[in-house]
Structures are given as structure tokens and as C-alpha cells.
Ligand binder design. Structure first.
Ligand code: ZN
Ligand code: ZN
Length: 189
């Protein structure tokens, strides 16, 4: 068998992918032993796989961002009635403008965010253990305790939860930007 690239040379090896004959010089070009066409084909396959991977990552980050956005929007929708009711009360009862009266508006607005954070924490805590209700009484006390803990969460965790959510969204946005840039530059190469 002759070398595929050099008709005057005897083949010393064969391409591991397609079996073409290669002379000593051509065979030593790549490791493992490949012809030019197969080397390029493998490069292209690897590149295509990488582009697909980056595209997939971009998509998953976009999904995460839209979830975070929706989560934040839900808290705004739930918080708006509280804030409106607070403003309404402040006006109707003519409390006047003071720092506490102004601060109570965002605090009330964030109550649902705190409630939801606390509920998430409770769910996380419960996921490990099985809860066995012994009788109706203890079920009732558990329910009340649960409710009180959630109220406490709403009270204390509202504003921090809301701020953390905004932070999470900006982080998700940045992650999408990075992934988009990476996918784009990989596709252009
Ligand atoms: Zn080949
Ligand atoms: Zn050759």
C-alpha cells in the first residue's frame, strides 16, 4: 500500500479512523495516527459538541433567570395589596409623614417574600424526616406552630428575602450574559 498523500512512498501505517495508508512522515503528524481529513473531521466534531454544550448551558441559565424573575414578580404581586392597604391606612387615619410610617410601607410590601422564604425553609427541614401525627390535638398544635413560625418569617425575613431575591436575579442575569458570550464566540470560531 502507498501513502495517500505521497504516491511514491510506501505506507508505514494506516489512519486509525478510515484506514488510509500513510508514510512515516504523514503518520507522525498526529497522535493518534490519523490522516488530515480525519483529523479535521474529529476537530469539527469536537467543536460542534462544545458549541452544543455551551448552547445547552446558556438555555439552562436562561430558564433559571426566568424562574427567578417569576419568583420576584410573584412576591411583588402578593406584596402590592399589603403596601396599598398600608398607604391607604396611613392616609385615612392621617398618621402624618414620619420615618417609621414611610418604612412600614416597604416592610409590609415584603411580608409575602418573608412568608415564602420561611415556608421554603420549613419544607427543606421537613424533607428529611417523616412526620407522624399522633392524634388530632397534636396535629392542630403542629399546624398552629407552623403558622406562627411562618408569620415570624414574614415579620423578620421579608426585607432581607426581597433584597436577596434582587441580588439573585442580577447574578442570574450576569450568568446568562457570560454563557451567551461564550456560546457566541464558540460558534464563530
Ligand atoms: Zn483517515
Ligand atoms: Zn505521506
Amino acid at each position: 500500500m502507498k501513502c495517500f498523500n505521497h504516491e511514491d512512498r510506501e505506507a508505514a501505517a494506516t489512519c486509525q479512523r478510515c484506514g488510509k495508508g500513510l508514510c512515516r512522515e504523514c503518520a507522525s503528524k498526529y497522535t493518534p495516527c490519523l490522516c488530515d481529513d480525519c483529523f479535521e473531521a474529529i476537530q469539527n466534531e469536537n467543536h460542534a459538541r462544545k458549541v452544543a454544550e455551551l448552547e445547552q448551558r446558556k438555555q439552562s441559565r436562561l430558564d433559571k433567570l426566568s424562574f427567578t424573575r417569576w419568583d420576584l414578580m410573584l412576591n411583588c404581586l402578593l406584596g402590592a395589596p399589603f403596601a396599598i392597604y398600608t398607604i391607604y391606612t396611613l392616609i385615612v387615619e392621617s398618621y402624618g409623614i414620619s420615618l417609621e410610617n414611610i418604612l412600614v410601607i416597604p416592610w409590609m410590601f415584603c411580608l409575602p417574600a418573608g412568608w415564602r422564604t420561611m415556608s421554603k425553609l420549613i419544607r427543606l427541614g421537613e424533607s428529611g424526616n417523616t412526620i407522624i401525627f399522633i392524634d388530632t390535638d397534636s396535629a392542630f398544635y403542629m399546624f398552629v406552630a407552623n403558622l406562627l413560625v411562618r408569620c415570624a418569617g414574614a415579620f423578620f425575613l421579608g426585607i432581607p428575602s426581597f433584597l436577596f431575591q434582587i441580588y439573585k436575579m442580577t447574578r442570574a442575569k450576569k450568568a446568562v450574559e457570560v454563557a451567551t458570550q461564550e456560546a457566541l464566540s464558540a460558534a464563530q470560531r
